[in-house]
Design a binder for this molecule. Structure first.
Ligand code: AMP
Ligand code: ZN
Length: 113
């Protein structure tokens, strides 16, 4: 997607602090961290958000969770972490490219505001 900031990051047109990349996913540190460890995992395919996940494109979501598990272990989040995907205006989604926040390194309050 020409106008998508995460598509541009994946294409290397905008710099990012990359953690991991394979054929279908890309992981990088959030530019405005809300926890000592805060990174994002995104599909390389442009999917606008959770509401655009369907039977024909959902396989990458399972793979993303496997990548999250692997990266969380590598980054020392042995005490736990949170995975968050915001959807639409009420959900607080600001970037319209499906992404999974991974937050850890401190105790996180629940429920969110
Ligand atoms: P959301 O509000 O759930 O859509 O999350 C978007 C996230 O993307 C926010 O936490 C931003 O800080 C993060 N973000 C936006 N632009 C960049 C960027 N260029 N590099 C890294 N993270 C970014
Ligand atoms: Zn995109």
């Amino acid at each position: 997607m020409a106008d998508c900031v995460f598509c541009k990051i994946i294409a290397g047109e905008i710099p990012s602090n990359k953690i991991y990349e394979d054929e279908t996913v890309y992981a990088f540190y959030d530019i405005q961290p809300e926890a000592p460890v805060h990174f994002l995992v995104v599909p390389k395919q442009h999917i606008s958000g959770p509401s655009a996940v369907h039977e024909d494109n959902c396989a990458v979501v399972g793979h993303i969770y496997a990548v999250i598990s692997h990266l969380a272990q590598e980054l020392g989040l042995s005490n736990g972490y949170r995975v968050v995907t915001n959807c639409g205006n009420d959900g607080g989604q600001t970037v319209p490219h499906l992404h999974f926040h991974v937050l850890g390194g401190r105790s996180l309050a629940w429920p969110p505001g």
